[in-house]
Ligand binder design. Structure first.
Ligand code: GAL
Length: 372
């Protein structure tokens, strides 16, 4: 089925000659003896994650994906790499994974646009590609996309901050916007979702920055610049796109003598440090994305593709336009987390334990929040 899809696509794209050429490659594409496309019990799966500064990848995505594959396919092998925010490095990692003979690539691109060339390479070897968490743009070869509803993430952040500003008596802000990496398609979607919420509420943006590599250090510098330009009283809230950038922005406020408790700041990823900041009111909200659901779905698809089978019925629940094709997608629902629902979200799911969150420094705040 997967092959047929690829053949059909190739026929549309390049005519009969290309189909023939691909047909030849297809025979060589699974030359390992792990049973890959042959429908046996094993398979080689390439998992390529984009960075390490955001803690989710090494703390959750990688181990959860490995466990999910192990449970579904004990004989499958995973070839893992992390690009450390370097798109060129990721290109090399894709080439290495293909050389190792992976049957499928699960690729979370550093750069959503330039990753199209990596899909091209995979396609030449008849290796299917799952675009993981971030959509690979302008590529006709992406087989599946697994992510959260990323516009909804931005809407949650924007609505939450707008409501808090209104509650504080500052319904129009203004706010400082600390965006994520401009090469990450998710940052575009988060930004669109947030902007629609701010527009609806009439919240204005006094300063806005894109943060290369989602780097917390760069976010801190951006916030320092904003404080210098606007003055200590020149903004009433901070839209930070994820918890790493929120941490940078909050550090900048603290070192400028601004009490972060007085400036609601958003985040995303439910990082441990962010959950602790929520407890002591230094950060207002974060967005919990249950990575386990995402890794489960990706593992389900990857194992099926590695074994030349169709994905389980009902798993794919949508489509996403990547600029040149509509990619069958699994899209999950993000959840807002504030101090009062930590127990019902991240703790309930086992994303973090009370023990991990409630270190001695946070013991009192944990008690007050009913986390014991
Ligand atoms: C996004 C991802 C977020 C966050 C960010 C920084 O693409 O959806 O969860 O991790 O990248 O890497």
């Amino acid at each position: 089925m997967e092959k047929q899809r690829r053949w059909a696509r190739a026929a549309v794209l390049g005519g009969a000659a290309l189909v023939l050429a691909l047909g030849v490659v297809a025979c060589g594409g699974d030359d390992d003896d792990d049973g890959g496309d042959g429908g046996g019990g094993g398979g080689k799966i390439g998992l390529l994650l984009p960075e390490t500064k955001t803690t989710r990848y090494e703390a959750h995505d990688r181990p959860e994906f490995e466990a999910a594959v192990e449970a579904k396919c004990p004989d499958c092998e995973i070839v893992y790499s992390n690009a450390n925010q370097d798109a060129a490095k990721q290109q090399g990692q894709v080439e290495a994974a293909l050389t190792e003979g992976v049957d499928v690539l699960v690729l979370d691109p550093v750069d959503s646009a330039s990753a199209a060339s990596m899909v091209n390479l995979a396609e030449q070897q008849n290796v299917p590609v799952i675009s993981y968490d971030r959509l690979i743009l302008d590529s006709p070869g992406v087989d599946y996309y697994v992510s959260f509803d990323n516009t909804a993430v931005g809407e949650l952040q924007g609505t939450s901050l707008s409501n808090k500003l209104a509650e504080d008596g500052n319904p129009t802000g203004p706010i400082v916007r600390i965006n994520g990496s401009p090469t990450d398609n998710n940052a575009t979607l988060f930004g669109e979702g947030a902007a629609s919420a701010f527009e609806k509420a009439g919240v204005t943006v006094a300063k806005e920055y894109d943060t290369p590599d989602w780097s917390p250090d760069k976010a801190q510098q951006e916030m320092e610049q904003a404080i210098t330009a606007l003055g200590q009283d020149g903004f009433k809230g901070v839209y930070a796109m994820n918890d790493g950038t929120a941490g940078g922005a909050i550090a900048a406020m603290k070192s400028a003598g601004i009490d972060p408790k007085t400036i609601p700041t958003t985040g995303q990823d439910a990082e441990l440090e962010a959950i602790q900041r929520l407890l002591v009111d230094e950060q207002y909200m974060t967005v919990y994305k249950a990575t386990k659901l995402e890794t489960d779905a990706a593992a389900e698809l990857a194992v099926a593709l590695a074994q030349g089978q169709d994905p389980p019925e009902g798993l794919v629940n949508g489509e996403e336009d990547n600029g040149v094709e509509s990619v069958p997608s699994v899209l999950l629902t993000p959840v807002e987390v504030k101090k009062d629902n930590i127990a019902d979200t991240v703790v309930k799911d086992g994303f973090w334990t009370v023990q991990q969150i409630c270190t001695p420094q946070y013991a009192e705040a944990c008690k007050a929040a009913g986390l014991e």
